[in-house]
Each structure stands twice: as structure tokens, then as C-alpha cells.
Ligand binder design. Structure first.
Ligand code: URA
Length: 224
């Protein structure tokens, strides 16, 4: 029997949560992966996947029992969210995921982190961070659509930890991951959770995810 590929093995990783590959999701991913999809459709269908990712991410927040009375006078044994959340987008592509978070969590606070590769050192360098003052006491939904090498994600997570966020309170949401990116992030931060819609085969020589969907930010924001 052929041994399991690294990609298949990662699908079993307890910190990696892949959306159920329903026909709906496969159809949405097919549209956004198609190079000939016009920009309006790319935005619309990416937003649909982002909404699914946010809804799934919220499942990893703690809840407490909560009993309510329904209009029929009966009791319903439900649950209530425990703890405060915020979003943090990794600029620029992560900003495309902010509205999906706002659609699910009214008036949610959203911080931003800008990281770029330093051409001299080839290291991911922090250029800007604006975060809620009480971020240390919040669960953080970290937003970046493409987890490729993991370089920017690792630097962004370091910034969150420097601000007192607990590693196990970070939920990292992305549309597509490479196995290399997942391994790099989880090797350093084994307690965070990754929520994604698919794990692809790997990276090409230009560090693009394969088969991937190309440059997410350029396709979403209409730039080259
Ligand atoms: N960023 C993208 O937008 N696409 C990739 O494939 C990798 C990083």
C-alpha cells in the first residue's frame, strides 16, 4: 500500500481543521481557483468561502451552558459564547477577510499587522501593527487568505504573543494552505489552531501555492 502523503497526513493533524469538502465548497473553490474567473465573481465566491471559514472558526471558541425560555414557554438548554474575541488581519490580503468576520460578529474589533520581506536580510519584517489595547485578554481570529511559506504568519503570531495573547487563543483562518506553511507555523506554535478550506500540494519556485489560485490580493483587489 502507498504511504500517506504529507498533505494527507496534515489533514489528520489535531490543530488543523479543514472545512468539510461538500459539493458546495468544492464548487466555490473550483470557481476561485479558475484563472479565467472574472474579478467580480472571484470576490463574490471568495467571500462565500471566507464566511464559511469564519463560521467554522467560531466553533473553536469556548461556550458555557445557557438556558432560555422560548415563546412557547418551554426551556431550551443552549450555550453562550464565553470570552471576548477580535480579528487581526495580515495586510494586505487579510483585509479581504474582515467583512466576513464583521458579518458574523457585529462590531467586532479588528487590528492590523503589516509585514514585508526585507530585501537585504530576506527576513519577514514588521512595518506596522495596530491592535486592540486589551488584546491580551481576547481570542484572536488571525486573517490571511494564503498560508504559503509561513514567514509572514510566524512574524505576525510573534507580534500577537509579544502583546500578551495566549498561543492557544489564536485561531488562524486561511483559504488555502501549503503543507510547508502549516508545518512551519505549527513547529513554532504547536498550540494554535489552523482553520482552512483546503491543503494544497506544495509551493512552486516562486513560493506560490500549487495548484493554488494565484495571487489572492491582486485578484481580489484588482491590482497587478
Ligand atoms: N500568496 C498568494 O496570494 N498566493 C500564493 O499562492 C502564495 C502567497
Amino acid at each position: 500500500m502507498a504511504s500517506e502523503s504529507p498533505r494527507e497526513a496534515l489533514k489528520q493533524h489535531p490543530q488543523v481543521h479543514i472545512l468539510e469538502q461538500s459539493k458546495q465548497l468544492r464548487a466555490l473553490l473550483t470557481i476561485i481557483r479558475d484563472h479565467s474567473t472574472p474579478r467580480g465573481d472571484f470576490i463574490f465566491y471568495s467571500d462565500r468561502v471566507i464566511r464559511l471559514l469564519v463560521e467554522e472558526g467560531l466553533n473553536y471558541l469556548p461556550v458555557v451552558d445557557s438556558v432560555v425560555e422560548t415563546p412557547t414557554g418551554s426551556e431550551f438548554q443552549g450555550v453562550d459564547f464565553l470570552g471576548k474575541i477580535c480579528g487581526v488581519s495580515i495586510m494586505r490580503a487579510g483585509e479581504a477577510m474582515e467583512q466576513g468576520l464583521r458579518d458574523c460578529c457585529r462590531s467586532v474589533r479588528i487590528g492590523k499587522i503589516l509585514i514585508q520581506r526585507d530585501e537585504e536580510t530576506a527576513q519577514a519584517k514588521l512595518y506596522y501593527a495596530k491592535l486592540p489595547a486589551d488584546i491580551a485578554s481576547r481570542y484572536v481570529l488571525l486573517l490571511d487568505p494564503m498560508l504559503a511559506t509561513g514567514g509572514s504568519a510566524i512574524r505576525a503570531i510573534e507580534v500577537l504573543l509579544e502583546h500578551g495573547v495566549q498561543e492557544e487563543h489564536i485561531l488562524f483562518l486561511n483559504l488555502l494552505c501549503s503543507p510547508e506553511g502549516i508545518r512551519a507555523v505549527l513547529d513554532k506554535f504547536p498550540k494554535l489552531q489552523i482553520i482552512t478550506s483546503d491543503v494544497d500540494d506544495g509551493l512552486d519556485d516562486n513560493k506560490f501555492i500549487m495548484p493554488g489560485l494565484g495571487d489572492f490580493g491582486c485578484r481580489y483587489f484588482g491590482t497587478d
